[in-house]
Design a protein. Structure first.
Length: 157
């Protein structure tokens, strides 16, 4: 059965455990973009508690996920990477993963949020040694009998 997911910034354990249990995976690019969601934010454990990393975006009032552009005029990539380094530099195995993720954070040609999210998503699947066929939707898929709808699986509020 088809499983439909949102494009998330890094995702969390619940997101990936659900992906692992799904057979046919589609990332919905035609859903409305929801503000204050994990689509452009993630939460990391820092020495001072949870730290929210938020990707600044440019969007119209009613945008679909595929239309949302990253606001690259801000220095968010460096700030997010330094936050990740500060939080996890002393963690075991950080050095084995840092080059893979640093290259994603400093990739110059990533203008759309879903592109950046997908690069991180694919890298995490690769590091988990998971081979799943994942594709994007060509249109909005309404919730129905023939799909598992995981688009609202996680929300920061």
């Amino acid at each position: 059965m088809l499983s439909v997911f949102s494009s998330l910034y890094a995702g969390n354990l619940l997101y990936y455990s659900t992906i692992l249990r799904s057979e046919f995976i589609k990332i919905d690019l035609f859903e409305n973009f929801h503000k204050q969601s994990y689509r452009n934010r993630c939460s990391i454990a820092s020495p001072n508690g949870n730290l929210n990393l938020i990707i600044p975006i440019n969007r119209k009032s009613k945008s679909t996920t595929r239309e949302v552009k990253i606001d690259n005029s801000q220095n968010w990539r460096k700030v997010h990477w330094k936050s990740l380094e500060s939080a996890y530099r002393s963690s075991p195995y950080f050095e084995f993963y840092e080059d893979k993720f640093r290259s994603i954070f400093f990739m110059p040609k990533c203008n759309y949020l879903f592109e950046f999210n997908h690069l991180i998503f694919l890298e995490i699947l690769k590091l988990l040694n998971v081979e799943k066929e994942v594709s994007f939707t060509d249109f909005y898929i309404p919730n129905g009998d023939k799909i598992y709808d995981f688009r609202n699986l996680t929300h920061p509020k």
